[in-house]
Design a protein around this ligand. Structure first.
Ligand code: SF4
Ligand code: SF4
Length: 334
């Protein structure tokens, strides 16, 4: 890892962000306002912080036993590994879940049981349309809301969930910012979301090793997700269709890279997400946080695949590619 000096401290270069993502956690020197709980994302149910340095942003889960330590003051923050300062920057306040976006989990529960996912174990609430509208209203009042992202578990069925989310999206269009949605897909999902005013979608393949997929996502159809993604490119257009792929479930790099290429050839942008071994899922499935070297190699491969196909994460209007906190994002980080 190279430490670059900028002003009075070390900035977070690409390799440093990869190193921080490889750890994925940080301990706080003191309770901090920015260490917020979230119902979405890899560390759902736990606290996390957003750290910005040298134009890059990283989200780290707050874990008291982490090998990384955050020291912060109101306008300065630094991350240490032992006595070594890894990066210096500042903490960024999330708006709703992440900076500059109202990113809301509509149904915090799920009828499925993906073995890496905390949502079914958290038995969270179901937000009414009124609740979501009120949350977005408050976020908009700050003047910082650049996008709305809605994600959801599955309360009853994928279709009912998407129809409910679409109904909420219709009422959110008056805020005049782009709206992205990530739900469990099914035949017909794209038309429902497009007609409601959604501009970007993310349907998560999660695990591209098909044998592993059957084990870690029981009851979910891989081909159905793929069909919805392919159709979505025609409906929503270039640079508007995304899929999360988890790294660290036991899949090989060869499988990952082949899938990244195939997806990019179809106009689908992979979001490579380091697995977060959530305590609520300990021992259920192999979950190994990828190394810095592995993350860098996969991100570079992804960038090349996107470039070949004229795809660009920097054009993302909503969601994870706009946030960049959990991943190495081509076009933004490299
Ligand atoms: S479908 Fe999504 S929310 Fe439901 S268990 Fe799987 S990963 Fe979690
Ligand atoms: S990258 Fe995605 S999951 Fe991670 S904090 Fe940002 S919006 Fe949430």
């Amino acid at each position: 890892m190279a430490l670059k000096q900028e002003g009075d401290g070390s900035i977070m270069d690409l390799e440093t962000k990869a190193r921080l993502l490889s750890v994925g956690t940080v301990q706080l020197d003191r309770p901090h306002r920015a260490g917020r709980s979230s119902t979405a994302g890899p560390g759902a149910g736990g606290q996390s912080i957003f750290f910005q340095s040298g134009g890059r942003v990283v989200r780290l889960s707050v874990v008291p036993s982490s090998s990384l330590r955050l020291e912060s003051s109101p306008d300065d923050a630094a991350i240490f590994a032992g006595e070594l300062e890894v990066a210096r920057g500042r903490l960024v306040e999330p708006l709703l879940h992440c900076p500059e976006q109202a990113y809301i989990t509509v149904s915090e529960r799920c009828i499925y049981d993906c073995k890496f996912c905390a949502v079914p174990r958290l038995h969270g609430g179901i937000k009414s349309k009124e609740t979501v509208l009120q949350m977005v209203e408050e976020a908009a009042r700050t003047g910082k809301m650049g996008a709305i992202s809605l994600t959801s578990g599955v309360e009853a069925s994928p279709r009912r969930e998407a129809e409910r989310v679409a109904g909420i999206v219709r009422d959110l269009s008056r805020f005049g910012v782009p709206i992205g949605v990530s739900v469990s897909p099914f035949p017909g999902v794209n038309r429902i979301l497009k007609d409601a005013g959604v501009v970007e979608v993310k349907y998560n393949l999660e695990c591209v090793n098909r044998d592993l997929f059957r084990q870690v996502c029981p009851g979910i159809s891989f081909p159905e997700i793929m069909d919805a993604l392919v159709e979505a490119v025609g409906v929503f257009g270039t640079n508007r269709v995304f899929t999360n792929i988890i790294v660290g479930l036991g899949e090989s790099d060869e499988t990952l890279k082949k899938s990244i290429d195939e997806l990019a050839d179809k106009g689908i942008i992979s979001v490579l997400r380091a697995v977060y071994p959530h305590p609520l899922r300990a021992q259920e499935v192999r979950m190994e946080r990828p190394s810095e070297v592995r993350l860098l190699s996969l991100a570079r491969h992804l960038k090349a695949a996107l470039d070949r196909n004229g795809l660009d994460c920097a054009l993302a209007l909503t969601g994870c590619c706009r946030c960049t906190g959990c991943d190495l994002v081509p076009g933004r980080d490299l």
